[in-house]
Design a protein around this ligand. Structure first.
Ligand SMILES: [Zn+2]
Length: 263
């Protein structure tokens, strides 16, 4: 698929992997206008308002002889995301097609502790990427409930690396704390690219960053973080790589906010 073609940013090859596609199902299923709230009619102009179909993108980074995964997808049939996400994810098969063995991955960025992002991190026999450091923000680890501690944090053992705020993943590639969706949600930046994970979920939030998402832990903090990060990306003439849009890369130059600035 064309739109999943890799690109090179600041010397880092970025390979978007389409792990899964499907509607928000099970207990999370609702009409789209109940999921994205406070949108003005003009914010929806040109966007479909029927059922919301999510894409689940994982990004593989290759630079300096290192391989980094940003998130691990929805996981297998017994994933914590299975009640609402289209499992199993295709990540293991896609990596094999790329000639990447699980043991080749040097680092995994866990953007946050939702099952559609960490679901592929633990396999039947322990960590799915056994040689990788798994970077997680302290604020996310500290607020993790017992189920995710049991399913993910304890099994990762020494493979879990707690970071605070900003940290280097590999030379030139950094994570930054970007809270709101969850307390320790983090994004990845290098060159003019920002891998935004769940900083935003739908293009309606590019039209109006103040549109809130029903399943954000702290929707007001999420709006503040979204406005701040998107302004920074725009000022650099940058591109975002969101987890759940249909397109794995979005050039913000093509997305002027509609109407008055909303903050
Ligand atoms: Zn997500």
């Amino acid at each position: 698929m064309n739109h999943c073609e890799p690109r090179v940013v600041a010397g880092v090859e970025v390979i978007p992997i389409c792990d899964a596609v499907g509607p928000l199902g099970g207990p999370l299923r609702r009409p789209v206008e109940e999921i994205f709230r406070n949108a003005r009619p003009e914010d929806w102009a040109g966007l479909p308002t029927t059922e919301w179909i999510l894409h689940f993108h994982v990004h593989l980074l290759r630079a300096h002889g290192r391989l980094v995964l940003v998130d691990t997808g929805v996981g297998g049939l017994s994933s914590p995301a299975a009640p609402w996400a289209p499992v199993p994810g295709a990540l293991p098969a896609r990596l094999a097609e790329l000639g990447v063995a699980p043991g080749d991955i040097d680092a995994v960025v866990l953007t946050h502790l939702h099952g559609d992002h960490y679901g592929g991190a633990i396999g039947e026999h322990g960590p799915a990427f056994p040689n990788a450091r798994h970077l997680l923000q302290r604020a996310e680890a500290d607020t993790a409930g017992e189920p995710v501690r049991a399913a993910l944090l304890r099994p990762l053992g020494a493979g879990l690396e707690i970071v605070d705020g900003t940290a280097q993943v590999i030379p030139g590639v950094r994570v930054h704390l970007a809270p709101g969706h969850t307390p320790g949600h983090q994004i990845v930046e290098f060159g003019d690219l920002t891998i935004t994970a769940d900083l935003l979920h739908h293009p309606v939030q590019l039209a109006n960053p103040a549109v809130t998402y029903r399943y954000d832990d702290d929707p007001e903090q999420a709006v503040r973080t979204r406005i701040e990060v998107l302004q920074r990306v725009r000022s650099r003439g940058g591109v975002i790589a969101p987890a759940h849009f249909a397109e794995p890369f979005v050039d913000l130059a093509g997305w002027a906010p509609r109407g008055e600035a909303v903050a």
